[in-house]
Design a protein around this ligand. Structure first.
Ligand code: SF4
Length: 149
């Protein structure tokens, strides 16, 4: 099956701070071995450089701590992710939890206070709106069941 995965979970150094979030879970490795993986980072694909200022979503805008508006770049990255999914018949994706792009059920509150609230990142939201199933790295069991359903 074709599956899109956040590049940082695959060990690519694309995070805002120049690091990765490589997932070492055994089940993650099994999913990689058994499927056709498309690595994608919506923030980089939207035109942002690495490293970049951290950003959070507030009042439907993506803003950095110094008030730079990244909404356009985040939206472009999300649209590119959706297009890639449509083109390659990808209906299941695995995105990094809590990210303002990739988070699928919790994100930070927009005030840079490290407080999580219910909500989705820009990319995760667009994919969900288009009936794509979005999992995060803490939901690998559910993801694996969905792949094999
Ligand atoms: S935008 Fe997504 S893929 Fe890119 S670094 Fe952030 S969490 Fe990882």
């Amino acid at each position: 099956m074709n599956i899109l995965i956040s590049s940082c979970l695959l060990g690519e150094y694309v995070r805002y701070d120049g690091n990765a979030n490589k997932c070492e879970d055994v089940l993650f490795q099994k999913i990689l071995n058994e499927n056709n993986i498309f690595s994608f980072c919506p923030e980089v694909e939207g035109g942002l450089s690495t490293p970049r200022e951290p950003a959070e979503i507030k009042n439907n805008k993506v803003l950095t701590k110094t008030n730079k508006d990244f909404t356009k770049e985040f939206t472009k990255g999300a649209e590119k992710a959706l297009n890639l999914c449509i083109k390659n018949n990808i209906t299941i994706v695995l995105l990094k939890a809590k990210s303002p792009s990739c988070g699928n059920n919790m994100i930070y509150n927009g005030n840079f206070e490290k407080i999580l609230i219910k909500g989705s990142g820009i990319c995760a939201s667009l994919l969900k709106e288009n009936k794509i199933k979005v999992f995060n790295e803490n939901e690998l069991k559910e993801l694996n069941e969905c792949i094999n359903a």
